[in-house]
Design a protein around this ligand. Structure first.
Ligand code: ZN
Length: 243
């Protein structure tokens, strides 16, 4: 079984379609790590497209924000405006889909969450120490997370919990060797690692390999729709810079 791993689509249909084109014929099932909506101009279209694929999906903080489950006063002004626009735009079917999303999922050797195993909707794993503290919060060898929009592998290298970060090596499958890892595929629709290309990953469950990938997409196309909807200029600009 080959898995397409995607996360943080953020209502960017152009990036989502580009990823599906790039990975065409190379997977059997999709694992989506949440934040399907929020920030981008195509929330209904992204939910609809995801629903045409055999998949499972986790809930992200922006999915919850769109449902009104979060106090958006903690969001910055631009993010709040995007949340309000998303709430006004989402169709009832898309709302029902998002409402049903679980916050954790354990399947075979993998635990899947949006943010972290310790705080599945909230916590940002941006450094090895935070990753190290999270290894005690899941049972499987591997955990897949999104949320930070930065592709990375955190590997537990010793029994006392020492954890090192590893940079992704794109389009080079690496063998999962049983060492415990927390792996982030990066973001499809709003990368934040200074690289604007859409990020995703492939897992081969029989070969036991994981592969990070990047693919450029038509950023101007999604920016045009964001301008048409009067979305904040800062959110429009960030897509071409990857932050
Ligand atoms: Zn996100």
């Amino acid at each position: 079984m080959r898995i397409l791993v995607i996360s943080d689509i953020h209502a960017n249909l152009t990036a989502f379609k580009t990823v599906l084109d790039d990975a065409r014929g190379q997977w059997d099932f999709v694992w989506c790590l949440g934040d399907v909506v929020g920030y981008g101009p195509d929330p209904n279209e992204c939910v609809d497209l995801l629903n045409t694929l055999p998949h499972l999906c986790l809930a992200g903080n922006h999915d919850w924000a769109a449902l009104g489950r979060l106090d958006v006063r903690t969001f910055n002004t631009d993010a709040r405006r995007a949340v309000e626009w998303t709430q006004e735009t989402l169709k009832p079917e898309a709302v029902a889909y998002l409402e049903a999303l679980p916050v954790t999922f354990v399947i075979g050797q993998y635990t899947l969450v949006h943010a972290s195993p310790r705080e599945p909707v909230w916590e940002y794993i941006l450094e090895p120490l935070v990753a190290a503290l999270n290894f005690g919060h899941f049972e499987t060898p591997y955990c897949l997370v999104g949320h930070t929009h930065q592709p990375v592998i955190y590997e537990q290298v010793s029994v006392n919990g020492d954890t090192v970060p590893r940079e992704p090596r794109y389009r080079q499958p690496f063998t999962l060797n049983g060492k415990r890892q927390i792996i982030n595929p990066g973001s499809v629709g709003q990368p934040r690692d200074q690289n604007p290309d859409a990020a995703y990953a492939l897992v081969d469950l029989s070969a036991n390999t994981f592969e990070h990938r990047r693919i450029p997409y038509d950023v101007a196309d999604v920016q045009k729709r964001m301008r048409q909807h009067g979305m904040p200029e800062r959110l429009i600009a960030r897509l071409e810079h990857g932050w």
